[in-house]
Structure formats: C-alpha cells, structure tokens
Design a protein around this ligand. Structure first.
Ligand SMILES: [Fe+2]
Length: 393
C-alpha cells in the first residue's frame, strides 16, 4: 500500500451468515483531482479488497473517469477493453446483442449503460430511452413473467469484463452509478434445484470472489488448476451468440449451439487467448480460479509442470469439469451486492472476481451508469504460476 494514501477504507456492510472476505468502502477521495500517490494507493486497494465502493463522485466529469483508468495502467493502449463502440457492436456477439451501449460524447471510452429513459440531455445524449431485451432472457429456461413482475429475478451471467481475444482484460472495471431505483426489494432466485434465493435492492451488481472459489477447492483440484490452462475461442462472444445460460447465471445450457470456426469468419490465430486457470494477485499474492467457462474451447489439464497435458475439447466435458468447482461458491453467503448510491463508483479487480447484472422491472424506475475500463498492458498470461507452453497449443 502506498504510504501517502489519504483516504479511508472500511469493510463493506455484511449480512448475518455472510462468509465473504472481500469488498470495502472508500471515503475521502475526490477523483476530480486525485494525486498520483492516491491513484497507486487506490489501485492497491482494489487489488487487495477486490471490490470497492468509492463514495461521493457525483460531479465527476466523464472524461475524468476515463482519465483515472488510464492512470491505473499507464502503459496500456488507450482503448476500452472491448474496443471502440463500433467494434463492440460488430464483434460483441452475446454481449452486445441484448443491450444498447453508447459512448458519452467527448469521452467515448466511457459507456452509458442503463435501462429506461436517460433524461432530456444526458451529457449531450438527447432523450435516450434504453429499451432492450430483459437480461433474464439469456436463460434458456425463462423466469415466468408473472414472477418477474412480482419482483423475482435472477443473476444474468457471471463473467469477467474480458474480450478473451486480441486485447487483454482490464485489471479493473469502474462503474459510476448515476441513477438507480432503491426500492422495492427484489428476490434473486437461483432456480437450479438448490432452492437458494436472496433479497436485495434493485439496480445493483452482484459479485463472487474466485479467490474464495480457489480456497474451496480440494488439494487435488488445486494441483490441477495451478498447472493447467484454457484456450478461449476466437471471437468467443460471437462463438456463443446463439447459446443460452443456466438459470443461476453460471455456465451455458448444453444445446450444441456454439458456432463452427468457419462461421466465425476471419480471425487471427495469434489473437487467440491461452490463459492459466489460476491468476495471481500482484499485490496480495492470492490465487484466483479465473476461468471464463462459457468462452472456453479447450482445456489443457495437468497436475505438474512436467506432465503431458490432457486436452479436453468437448464443450460439454469442459463445462462438466468446471461446474462443480465454480458452483461451490455460488451460494448466498458468498455473494455480495455492494449497496451503491447515486454518485458512487464501484471498482473491481476483474482478475479476481466474477460479476453479473441483476434485472428488475422497469416500473421501479430508470437506471443510468457510466462504465469504463482499459485493456491491460500486462495480461493474465503473465499473471499465472507458469508460462503457457506455446508448442502445446
Ligand atoms: Fe460486466
């Protein structure tokens, strides 16, 4: 931690029975005029606490939010991790299909994300009404409409903000809450046979820590995870554009709807990403089981550096391997939905957690958020416990 940090960090409010070990609230920072020392200290805090709520940034100019993410990673190419808005619309596949994403005029790398009417003039965006498919439409087995209208909802899709092709995932994502409804309470239902559910305010983002996933693994599972790697599909979100998710938001239903490589059109083999399964926190040294299962096309499994890897290239087999490990942490006591007020900026360590949106009925009110991040200068391939062998790919 930088010695000249001049802000306070407090643990996030936890509910009874909570077993999470991440999430903090930061006060006493003005991001409009943040010193270089505090930028470093804030980055350290995000790595350390995984998810932080930076309070009181109501008047921050959009360009300053972008400015901050470029200062977090000064060596990174100056572009959003998903590329420009046009690239995202063309190649975003399942990510861009269900939502309308626009850049803020004059700060195009800051994306307006929301729901409903965004106001007569939102930083130069005039009278925009974001109408889109319900986030819960991603699930193959749909939540009944009458349940949704009654305030029951689901996790949409657990993920990291990562293109998993060409550019590297952002170390951090920043999400400023400009407007959201705070009531009535909604109930998130797993609908996966577990019977789990949890209550929360509407309009929040949910997180699980994959450091905790790693902690819950058996010694044998960890030995495999520590030495194994994943190859992601080229243009992975186009690859799964026709696929649907499981009701708890983790993983895809086995429908065989992944596109063939021919259907994906042109891709550059050198842009295909091969990442270790375990990513090491550069500040705390913690290990995170960070596998974006829905985009994984091949697993290379081994439990030592010298062993010949076992290659799994059947997507159902890949998901069968991942599901019991990743679902272990998907329980109410390991999930946080940081209570973020208008003007707060939520920031998270994308290399350590999964997050997901949680939809709510539009009758509760509109939601307006500004999201930005930057494709990292140093990616997960350099944050593992070993170098992924090039020749085995
Ligand atoms: Fe996201």
């Amino acid at each position: 931690m930088s010695s000249d940090a001049s802000f306070t960090i407090k643990p996030i409010a936890k509910s009874v029975g909570d077993r999470t070990n991440f999430g903090s609230v930061i006060e006493g920072l003005d991001l409009d005029c943040i010193s270089d020392g505090n930028v470093i200290a804030l980055a350290d805090a995000i790595w350390t606490h995984k998810v932080v709520v930076v309070k009181g940034q109501k008047d921050l100019a959009p360009l300053k939010q972008w400015d901050l993410v470029t200062r977090f990673d000064p060596d990174a190419p100056k572009v959003h991790s998903h590329g420009d808005v046009k690239t995202f619309a063309e190649k975003g596949g399942v990510l861009s299909a269900s939502r309308e994403v626009v850049g803020i005029p004059g700060a195009e790398n800051v994306r307006l994300i929301g729901k409903g009417y965004q106001g007569d003039d939102h930083y130069g965006i005039k009278g925009m009404d974001i109408q889109k498919r319900l986030l819960n439409d991603f699930h193959l087995h749909k939540l009944p409409e009458k349940d949704f209208k009654a305030g029951i909802t689901r996790f949409q899709r657990w993920h990291i903000d990562a293109p998993l092709y060409a550019r590297e995932p952002a170390w951090f994502t920043t999400l400023r809450y400009i407007k959201r409804p705070t009531k009535p309470e909604i109930t998130i239902r797993w609908d996966d046979g577990s019977g789990y559910s949890m209550k929360t305010e509407p309009g929040l983002t949910a997180f699980i820590s994959n450091v905790q996933t790693y902690e819950l693994m058996t010694p044998d599972e960890r030995a495999t995870a520590d030495h194994s790697w994943v190859e992601y599909a080229p243009h992975p979100f186009m690859w799964i554009a026709n696929c649907s998710g499981r009701p708890n938001g983790l993983g895809l239903e086995p429908e065989g709807k992944e596109k063939s490589l021919e259907e994906l059109g042109d891709y550059d083999p050198k842009d295909i990403k091969r990442y270790p399964m375990v990513w090491v926190n550069p500040v705390t040294g913690e290990r995170s089981f960070q596998v974006h299962g829905i985009c994984a096309r091949r697993l290379f499994l081994r439990s030592s550096l010298t062993e010949e890897p076992r290659v799994i290239d059947d997507v159902d087999e890949i998901r069968a391997f991942l599901k019991p490990i990743q679902e272990r942490v998907l329980k109410p006591e390991y999930v946080i939905l940081p209570k973020t007020e208008e003007g707060d900026i939520l920031m998270w360590a994308n290399y350590q957690v999964f997050h997901t949106a949680v939809d709510y009925p539009i009758e509760y009110g509109p939601r307006t958020m500004h999201q930005t991040n930057i494709g990292a200068s140093i990616g997960p391939a350099e944050m593992g416990l070993f170098r992924v062998p090039v020749s085995a790919a």
